[in-house]
Write a new protein. Structure first.
Length: 306
């Protein structure tokens, strides 16, 4: 939507262009209506003493086609939006067209999802058709971040392992899909100071059994208790209610290298998963949640965790 100034400018330019085309046709038509067809008009330009540039009239059919384009432009701009912010007589908009097509698509697929509406989680996971539909939903809405195999990447959680930052289970997954997730770890560079950051880094690495400097880790334990324990807990096992990750396992969303942990402490982390409540119907969200959990169960079986 243009603001008022740009809308007026657009209208003026469009109208001026149409009027300019009409004037050009009118002026050219005057040349075409010469009474004496044998009268030769030239522009006065001569090359090589005998080559003259003629000023012949345009073919009448060409002029009529040009008139038709002008009439078409006027009718189109009257019916459809095109003159700045003026809506047009028909009131057509891209938003309305999209909503109509979306409603038609929803109506066409309503029968497909109605079959899954009353099915329990276990039934959905064991139903090949339901999982095939869930796979398509995942590919359309989730694969760009979590990967086609749902194993994620740096900054994007793995959905087929046993680590769930916001809690595991159907309700937690469905809540994430519906409302999204907003992770917010504040930066601690100023609070920890230049010496405190590497100390906390070493202590955090010690929680998950990674190679670390014992002396620095001992100094960092107190600072961890002061600044980090409220979210990550005294043992570093995190808090699913806050989305605070477990620092005592081997699952690192952004990586466990010292440089990466330093960056997280100094700059904070602000990961965000968008909400799909407005993009996907309730039936689609439920089926997608079942598919995500079904993938994790399949991966667990393949890897021998069950």
């Amino acid at each position: 939507m243009l603001n008022t100034t740009w809308s007026v400018i657009a209208i003026v330019l469009i109208v001026a262009s149409i009027l300019g085309c009409w004037w050009l046709l009118h002026w050219t038509k005057g040349i075409s209506d010469r009474d004496d067809e044998d009268d030769i008009h030239d522009s006065g330009h001569v090359w090589d003493h005998d080559i003259r540039e003629l000023n012949n009239p345009l073919p009448r059919w060409w002029l009529n086609l040009f008139n038709i384009t002008i009439i078409f432009a006027i009718v189109y701009l009257a019916l459809y939006p095109g003159l700045g912010n003026l809506p047009g007589v028909l009131g057509w908009t891209q938003e309305n067209r999209y909503e109509e097509e979306l409603a038609a698509a929803e109506a066409a697929t309503a029968g497909v999802y109605a079959r899954y509406a009353d099915m329990e989680l276990e039934q959905l996971i064991r139903d090949p058709d339901a999982m095939a539909t869930g796979r398509r939903l995942f590919g359309q809405n989730c694969a760009m971040c979590h990967g086609s195999d749902a194993r994620g990447g740096t900054g994007f959680p793995n959905l087929v392992d046993e680590h769930w930052q916001w809690g595991e289970g159907y309700d937690a997954v469905l809540t994430a899909i519906t409302g999204g997730r907003q992770a917010a770890m504040p930066p601690w560079a100023q609070a920890l100071g230049e010496e405190g950051v590497p100390q906390v880094v070493e202590y955090v690495r010690s929680l998950s059994g990674l190679e670390h400097d014992a002396a620095l880790a001992a100094d960092g334990q107190g600072k961890y208790a002061m600044f980090c324990v409220a979210c990550h807990g005294p043992e570093g096992k995190g808090n699913p209610l806050l989305g605070a990750p477990n620092l005592a396992d081997n699952d690192w969303l952004y990586g466990s290298d010292r440089e990466v942990i330093v960056q997280g402490l100094q700059e904070g982390r602000y990961g965000q998963m968008p909400a799909f409540e407005d993009q996907l119907s309730e039936e689609r969200r439920k089926l997608l949640a079942a598919y995500v959990l079904g993938m994790g169960e399949a991966a667990a079986i393949l890897e021998g965790r069950q």
